[in-house]
Design a protein around this ligand. Structure first.
Ligand code: ADP
Ligand code: MG
Length: 189
């Protein structure tokens, strides 16, 4: 509950046969939790509906089961938290809160642009965690588009450098699972 997972999804509910671009063995390797001990990052990239959030939650849940502390937030909620904290003079508290846990999960980078404050706050968190605290990041945008998301090419590059340096990336391609379920129900997308 303290990890603020939006809901529980298990890896056992994930149909790997529907998503052949995901190597099941690499996911199982991640679930073993070694990346947490090594302070490494997991990047889940791909279009909407391919299972990024499902996998991120499964990985976070597994980490909690193994006794690690984890903290989950969507990029959008993070931006809102930063704006609220700024008004109250509490940005340092945000930086501390998200720098501390062994695992920090940020879901859905790319749907909304970061303003300058939230971009810089995230950069400080990522800098503090670099080579020390593991992260799971999901995004629907390719790296070339991150400059636009953060409104600053240099900052986006600095963020990406640190995220990617010690990381495992899953580039998920393919069809949305949501659309598949709609089609099955006979609903035209
Ligand atoms: P994304 O975050 O990539 O947009 P989600 O992880 O939210 O996609 O997936 C959308 C919905 O489809 C969720 O309910 C998720 O549990 C389900 N889903 C996606 N991919 C799979 C899969 N391969 N097997 C089972 N369920 C899946
Ligand atoms: Mg998602």
């Amino acid at each position: 509950k303290k990890a603020k997972l939006p809901y529980i999804k298990s890896i056992h509910d994930f149909d790997f046969s529907f998503q052949p671009s995901i190597d099941e063995r690499r996911v199982k390797e991640v679930l073993s939790g070694r990346y947490i001990h090594n302070g490494e990052n997991i990047l889940l990239l791909g279009p909407p509906g391919v299972g990024k959030t499902h996998l991120a939650i499964s990985m976070a849940f597994e980490a909690l089961t193994q006794g690690h502390q984890a903290l989950f937030i969507t990029a959008n909620d993070f931006i809102a938290e930063c704006q609220k904290a700024e008004k109250q003079g509490l940005i340092q508290r945000i930086i501390k809160r998200y720098s501390r846990p062994e695992l920090f999960i940020m879901d859905e980078i790319g749907y909304f642009a970061f303003d300058e404050l939230s971009a810089h706050t995230l950069f400080q968190i990522i800098s503090r965690r670099y080579e020390y605290g593991a992260m799971i990041i999901t995004s629907n945008k390719s790296y070339v588009e991150w400059g636009k998301i953060f409104g600053d090419e240099i900052l986006a590059t600095a963020i990406l450098d640190r995220l990617i340096h010690h990381s495992t990336t899953f580039n998920i391609k393919g069809e949305s699972y949501r659309l598949k379920e709609k089609k099955k129900a006979g609903i035209q997308p």
